[in-house]
Design a protein around this ligand. Sequence first.
Ligand SMILES: [Zn+2]
Length: 249
Amino acid sequence: MSYNQKIKEIVRLVRESKKTLALTGAGISTESGIPDYRSPGTGLWEKHDPAKTASLSALRKDPARFYSVNLNRWIAFNHAKPNAAHYALTQLEKMGLLTGVITQNIDSLHVRSGAARVWEVHGHLRTCHCMECRESYSFDYLVQNFKSGDNPPRCAKCKGVLRPDVVLFEDRMNEDFYQATQVISGCQLMLVAGSSLTVYPVAGLPGVAKQIVIINRTPTPYDEEAAVVVHENTGQAFQDIMAEMSKGF
Ligand SMILES: [Zn+2]
């Protein structure tokens, strides 16, 4: 199938499906300037392996170092803007063609693109909470504390260490993940965008869908069983999908 035939086929599948969900990963945000730490050759993975630097044990062992290593990267996430792929998915949701987005990303870009139903299965960087008394704060509160020299940032009430509402390595999965496993029931079509489907348990979710479409720059373990696979940037692919979608009406 040529690239154009694949785009046409994706549009046909989306139109025919009675329940479509998107599953997105780091690749959908690279065009918003957020590096994909798993991309080979960037050297980022070697330098900042999140399994080591963004883990619960790293936070507990040395919270000041945890924030020194991770916080500037996370602040940059909060300044990024959604790109064509995020907006396309939001548009599909508004057209009634998409039930919602399950995302592995913590960058809030689906929410900022106006999406109504997003399950952030690895959490997000809009809020944080105290590890002792669980009091909730905005993420900005944590950042302001850090910038004024409080490292680690602490709770105003009990001086416990604050932590962002992201799922760190060694954390349990969050409520959004359990909701995603429910909403996925009866899914006819899953649009996988910018995920190499290697991080479990999220990587197991496409197996529930009747059909899978994959838009990702590199191969995934589901390529063989997917109805359509496009190895392309998600921004370009979704622009082409939306252009094709607008032709038919
Ligand atoms: Zn507290």
